[in-house]
Write a protein that binds this ligand. Structure first.
Ligand code: ASP
Ligand code: MG
Length: 404
């Protein structure tokens, strides 16, 4: 019998009606002969609300108590779903992360799963019941309740699927799958029937919020096939799994974009060993999350270094660069938050030359200037003006014939 882990996000369990719809679906899956393990997120925006509440009583928000508070959200959802399942005659038991045997390290609010002792879940399945597990939480090696960081329920579901050797992890939300571009920008964007883990990692890293990067990484490392699909229409969505070596890979699968980053340029730095090392060490020590880094060729012994950071890290990045400017004898530090990244992702790029040329020509024809370029074996990213990013996505989607 196939075993699936079904994970339901906040919008899928947002109210009583949605919870009953999820219960119906679980019952239907059982009737179709599947064994089901359920992972739930907190209802709707509950996690945000709990964080807001904490901010109203505390400036310090100690991690241990934050975790105790936030895990309550998933706890509510799992108990309610079990009740709805009981009413349909489906035997189900809820489990907190701790009860489910999810052992984590001791870092509150960003714990990592170390081990899963899944015997209780196995016993529950053996008794022909549905285990309903609270997402995003575990218990630390010090026996404290922990959370895995925002959006962590995806990781819970993948980790349980790996531990239980499930056939698949199904991620249900209000997003019906992975698309060839954001359908809000490109009405003709197509739902992709499948993408490889590597493509999905690049898509997640360059703009699509459909599934957390960390969960995809975990799924790839443990070979857990994932199915991203809608809990509103229940239609098939997008499969994320190993590349099929017998099939030719699409050259381009998706055009992604991201407007959440800003560009910093340190101008006129001496072209000598150790300068970049010093600058980037200081940025790393402040936990600034760097993305693209470009250093130009030097003219007359000086060069410019540009990099992108999340806008939320811009102030601290500027502070670090400015405090270093004198020390490394740089001319100037410039910030630009009006940038956006547009990326092409596709496994077939590895074996098809000329994708970059075609991308740059397409952008040029649309009058879009490219400010930075970076690549991986299956991705090309250009930094462009933010106000031109919609157009960039549209013309690339058309040029690479991604329409359905
Ligand atoms: N409820 C948590 C959050 O909103 C975890 C999750 O939904 O995955 O971040
Ligand atoms: Mg959530």
């Amino acid at each position: 019998m196939a075993l699936v882990v079904q994970k339901f996000g906040g919008t899928s369990v947002a109210d009583a009606e949605r919870i009953r719809a999820v219960a119906d679906h679980v019952a239907r899956s059982r009737r179709q002969g599947q064994q089901v393990v359920v992972v739930v997120s907190a209802m709707g925006k509950e996690t945000d609300e709990l964080i807001h509440l904490a901010g109203q009583v505390s400036q310090t928000r100690p991690g241990r108590e934050m975790d105790m508070l936030l895990t309550a959200g998933e706890r509510k959802a799992m108990a309610l779903l079990c009740m709805a399942l009981h009413d349909l005659g489906v035997p189900a038991d809820s489990f907190t992360g701790s009860q489910a045997g999810i052992i984590t390290d001791t870092f509150h609010e960003r714990a990592k799963i170390l081990e899963i002792k899944a015997d209780r879940l196995r016993e529950c399945l053996a008794a022909d019941k549905v285990p309903v597990v609270a997402g995003f939480q575990g218990v630390s090696t010090e026996r404290d309740v922990t959370t895995l960081g925002r959006g962590g329920s995806d990781t819970t579901a993948v980790a349980l699927a790996a531990a239980l050797n499930a056939d698949a992890m199904e991620k249900y939300s209000d997003v019906p799958g992975v698309f060839s571009a954001d359908p809000r920008l490109v009405p003709g964007a197509r739902r992709l029937p499948h993408v490889s883990y590597d493509e999905m990692l690049e898509i997640a890293a360059t703009g699509s919020g459909v599934i957390a990067f960390r969960a995809v990484e975990f799924a790839r490392n443990h070979s857990v096939p994932m199915h991203v699909r809608s809990s509103f229409t229940w239609e098939p969505g997008t499969w994320i799994r190993e590349e099929d070596p017998t099939m030719e890979q699409p050259i381009i699968s998706a055009v992604t974009h991201d407007t959440s980053e800003a560009k910093v340029t340190v101008a006129g730095v001496p072209d000598q060993p150790g300068i970049a090392a010093r600058l980037f060490r200081s940025l790393a020590d402040k936990s600034v999350n760097l993305d693209m880094i470009v250093q130009n060729v030097s003219l007359h012994g000086t060069t410019d270094i540009s990099f992108t950071v999340p806008k939320s890290d811009l102030d601290i990045a500027l502070e670090v660069c400015r405090s270093h400017a004198d020390e490394i004898a740089a001319d100037d530090v410039l910030a630009d938050s009006q940038i956006a990244k547009v990326s092409l992702v596709g496994a077939g790029m590895k074996t098809n030359p000329g994708v970059g040329a075609r991308m740059f020509e397409t952008l040029a024809d649309a009058g879009i200037n490219i400010e930075m370029i970076s690549t991986s074996p299956i991705r090309i990213t250009c930094v462009v003006r933010a106000e031109q990013v919609e157009l960039a996505v549209q013309v690339l989607h058309r040029a690479f014939e991604l329409e359905g």
